[in-house]
Design a protein around this ligand. Structure first.
Ligand SMILES: Cc1cc2nc3c(=O)[nH]c(=O)nc-3n(C[C@H](O)[C@H](O)[C@H](O)COP(=O)(O)OP(=O)(O)OC[C@H]3O[C@@H](n4cnc5c(N)ncnc54)[C@H](O)[C@@H]3O)c2cc1C
Length: 469
């Protein structure tokens, strides 16, 4: 700020102002501090960016990349900044490319079931816009009110609807991408089917801004389900909970949501955002089905029967919008409630084949108990994707040390069960040192060669995914 007042702007700041306009550039110390964070409670020391730029269009992004390439300056793409794996931390300083001002929905095409949008569009706004045409964009991270399309593509975000519909990767058919040297390319086309050459679209989805910068996306849409029904079923054992999920699927029902909430999570939600959850139960399943009204009642009754056959000790059904909302509010409050337990919450995102859910959840409980960590477990049980939310004070060196030990053991456990480090949150810099646990050396070598080809100077979001960069 002081430097800015004295007009001691660096050459990079001046160059960014020339490309994007002074009003779209921040370089004050406080501003840089704020934009050099994301939603991660990082355990590492914080690096600061030199400048934050809010580009308005693809040509500006290309010009910014050309400048950064020429000068070998690091560039960190950023949309909502809500990731929880340190994916937006500017580990080598440089430029933060913030997409919140490139937030236009460019086209909704009902006949072709697609929507074209800029990376700064908020996911909920996208969903609401297409709903007006009776269309549906299912991938919705639980923080859909703040997360944006560009970042959700950067991480291939999932969310509650993944079990039935798939995650972000299943809905992207074309991307406009700017490479590290400023080259602009398209990866696909407006067709939902496309086997013309290599699948570049999927290469960029989930690449955490390390291979290219997304300036426009074409997403696939589906017809909006006519209606939904939701329930919360409580169980006294994890085995009964897991068997219920399998039995629902065996009965040819595909719930649109099937999420697990453990006892600690139930208790924590009830302590801070009470909605009448039953705190004496081991676990609860939030089950939502969607489709035609005429078909749903039969499925709803069948699910209740399956839950009862598996010893569900209580089933909270919902017959009004308010009752449905109450169930959803409790589920969506889980992270916020856990955040009230301690100054920091570390969220992990391990995933295993669904038949390993019980050993995974019990293993997580064992590890966290061993290290005296307050842990609330919830997750997308249908996908085998579990989120232990660990509440702690990172200023306390013992707690921090215990957390780091537990984190390593959690990853080892998931991998030993045939799973991996992340189902939907990504690797960023928070899990990069563990990537060797989950990928073999040949895979890592190929990935690094792809990175080198597309970003030879390693300026795009450096020090992410792979620890040694
Ligand atoms: C309370 C809470 C709940 C959450 N729930 C879920 C959930 O249910 N499911 C889930 O999957 N995730 C969840 N997340 C994690 C995260 O918020 C989501 O993954 C979200 O979609 C990220 O979007 P964003 O716009 O904030 O991305 P950002 O954090 O801005 O960026 C994410 C990554 O994408 C890259 N990136 C951003 N924009 C671009 C671009 N234009 N071009 C190239 N790369 C880019 C960044 O460099 C970074 O690597 C949750 C997070 C919080 C805090």
């Amino acid at each position: 700020m002081f430097n800015t007042l004295l007009n001691l702007k660096s050459a990079t700041v001046k160059a960014m102002e020339k490309i994007a306009g002074e009003e779209n550039v921040l370089s004050g110390k406080e501003e840089l501090f704020v934009y050099s964070t994301d939603s991660t409670n990082t355990t590492e020391q914080k690096e600061m960016a030199e400048v934050v730029v809010f580009p308005q269009n693809t040509m500006q992004v290309s010009e910014i990349m050309k400048y950064a390439y020429k000068k070998s300056i690091a560039v960190t793409p950023r949309s909502g900044g809500t990731n929880v794996c340190g994916a937006c931390l500017p580990k080598k300083g440089g430029i933060i490319l913030d997409f919140s001002k490139m937030n236009k929905i460019l086209e909704i095409n009902k006949d072709n079931l697609l929507c074209k949008a800029e990376p700064g569009v908020i996911i909920e706004d996208l969903q609401k816009a297409v709903e007006k045409y009776d269309l549906f964009y299912p991938p919705d991270p639980s923080n859909l009110k703040v997360s944006m399309l560009g970042g959700s593509i950067g991480l291939s975000s999932g969310g509650p609807h993944t079990f039935k519909y798939g995650s972000t990767k299943d809905f992207i058919i074309d991307l406009e991408v700017v490479l590290s040297d400023g080259t602009i390319l398209n990866t696909g086309c407006d067709c939902s089917k496309n086997v013309t050459g290599y699948n570049l679209t999927q290469l960029f989805v989930g690449s955490e801004g390390t291979l290219g910068v997304i300036t426009q996306a074409t997403v696939r849409l589906i017809p909006k389900p006519e209606t939904k029904r939701v329930m919360l079923a409580y169980f006294d054992t994890l085995e009964d909970t897991s068997k219920t999920v399998n039995d629902i699927i065996s009965n040819l029902i595909t719930p649109s949501v099937i999420d697990l909430i453990d006892k600690n999570t139930i208790n924590t939600i009830e302590s801070f955002y009470p909605t009448g959850l039953l705190t004496d139960k081991t676990a609860a399943l939030l089950i939502e089905i969607d489709g035609f009204k005429s078909a749903l009642n039969e499925q709803y009754e069948k699910i209740i029967e399956i839950c009862k056959n598996n010893n569900s000790s209580y089933i909270q059904t919902a017959s009004t919008k308010e009752e449905e909302e109450r169930i959803w509010i409790s589920r969506r409050s889980s992270f916020g409630a856990t955040a009230k337990l301690a100054p920091n919450v570390m969220t992990e995102d391990v995933v295993v084949p669904r038949d390993k859910i019980v050993p995974l959840v019990k293993g997580i409980q064992y590890i966290c108990d061993k290290y005296s960590l307050k842990t609330c477990i919830m997750g997308h049980i249908g996908d085998g994707n579990i989120h232990p939310n660990i509440a702690l004070d990172l200023r306390n060196s013992i707690e921090k040390d215990n957390f780091l030990k537990a984190k390593k053991e959690l990853f080892e456990l998931a991998v030993s069960l045939g799973g991996t480090l992340s189902g939907e949150h990504g690797i960023g810099c928070e899990k990069s040192e563990f990537i060797n646990l989950a990928l073999n050396q040949n895979s890592i070598k190929i990935m690094k060669q792809i990175k080198k080809l597309l970003d030879p100077k390693n300026i795009l979001n450096p020090k992410k995914i792979f620890s040694e960069e």
